[in-house]
Design a protein around this ligand. Structure first.
Ligand code: XIL
Length: 369
């Protein structure tokens, strides 16, 4: 009896000590890295796109100049989708009524095809970077709605048809929603002024007719701002109720180290996807400057660098969690060597690769999961 009691007590004590040690080990592990791997454990044979193979496409916006020299090699290594930063925009690909300029766009499509990459078309209808000729007659007077719509139809049909089967997803309509005024939905662009709401439905229908297999995107910025988000939602719901072929909401993702908040990012993804639409982050960059008023060049300070690391980590944690609805994440430009967000004498350092094309610390946070 006594011996059995001693054995039971010893066993109970041993089990308690073992349990305590396990809990301590678990806690110290979580405190250090959570479920994440240390940087040294990251698989060095993998590049950015490989880490996200089971999640979504990883794209980058380029011009023909990026597809030469060291950048070309680095692009092939890290990305599996290309977007034309400018050369497929209306003003560049269709500079005059009877002239299309395909060369530069073809270069991007050819490079992608030669290297097994996808192509994301950008953009069929926009109020910026569109030739003034689209809206004017030979005397310089504003054209009628019929003429404007006929030109837009020709433009979309020609461009989509040329790359049918080569461009799998198109930003059909860019930035058509009002930014601030809560009494309006649509932005007062030339298209809206001349054609009214009708053009919005039409652009998706024409793109769909030209390539029924293409995935069609509505693309905009400030999509996480609750007011603008809700206006975009209202427009998209209406389009879907009318049976208009729109498949994806493009969150441009021109963000900064403070904005959007994680909550606003989640809310936007959830709200748009509640319509049955997929999401792509189409133009991602994260500036170290938080507003236009931020005009003092402070450089890439350790403090801003850390905030950028934290922001990128937060964003990609959310993207991975939402992988069922997110189908692509595209960076807007290749590296901090050049970003469209740089201002004169003031670099914004918004990307994952530095000026020498080397992965920044933020990169390692994005691939460490
Ligand atoms: C930008 C390009 O990066 C610049 O080179 C150009 O001068 C202006 O346009 N939203 C879009 C993109 O949809 O087409 C814009 O690209 C950035 C904002």
């Amino acid at each position: 009896m006594k011996t059995r009691q001693i054995i039971t007590r010893t066993l109970t004590a041993l089990i308690s000590v073992f349990a305590l040690i396990s809990v301590i080990m678990l806690l110290s592990n979580c405190g250090e890295t959570g479920s994440k791997k240390a940087v040294s454990e990251v698989d060095s044979t993998k590049d950015l796109k490989d880490f996200y193979e089971d999640y979504f496409v990883i794209g980058v916006a380029v011009g023909p100049n990026n597809l030469e020299g060291d950048q070309a090699e680095m692009i092939k290594k890290h990305f599996n989708s290309l977007t034309a930063e400018n050369v497929m925009k209306p003003a560049l690909i269709h500079p005059e009524e009877n002239r299309y300029a395909w060369d530069n766009a073809d270069k991007i499509v050819d490079f992608a095809q030669a290297n097994g990459m996808k192509v994301h078309g950008h953009t069929l209808c926009w109020h910026n970077q569109t030739g003034a000729w689209m809206f004017q007659d030979s005397q310089g007077n504003q054209v009628t709605k019929e003429v404007a719509l006929a030109r837009l139809k020709d433009h979309i049909t020609q461009v989509v048809s040329r790359y049918k089967g080569k461009i799998y997803v198109w930003d059909v309509l860019n930035e058509a929603v009002e930014d601030r005024d809560s009494t309006k939905i649509y932005r007062e662009t030339m298209w809206y002024k001349i054609c009214g709401e009708e053009y919005i439905r039409k652009v998706f229908q024409w793109a769909h007719e030209a390539d029924p297999n293409a995935v069609l995107v509505y693309n905009d910025y400030n999509t996480e701002n609750p007011g603008k988000r809700d206006r975009i939602y209202t427009m998209l719901k209406k389009l879907l109720d009318e049976g208009v072929p729109v498949h994806v909401v493009g969150l441009q993702g021109h963000w900064n180290i403070n904005d959007p908040t994680e909550q606003n990012l989640r809310d936007a993804i959830e709200k748009f996807s509640s319509l049955g639409l997929k999401i792509q982050i189409t133009e991602l960059d994260v500036s170290i400057y938080t507003s236009r008023a931020d005009t003092i060049d402070i450089g890439f300070t350790p403090e801003r660098e850390q905030k950028q690391i934290d922001f990128y980590k937060m964003a990609f944690d959310v993207f991975r969690e939402k992988k069922d609805v997110i189908t692509g994440v595209t960076f807007w430009n290749v590296s901090d060597r050049y970003s469209w967000r740089d201002r004169r004498n003031m670099k914004c350092y918004p990307l994952l690769f530095d000026e020498n094309l080397k992965p920044k610390k933020a990169y390692w946070e994005v691939v460490k999961f």
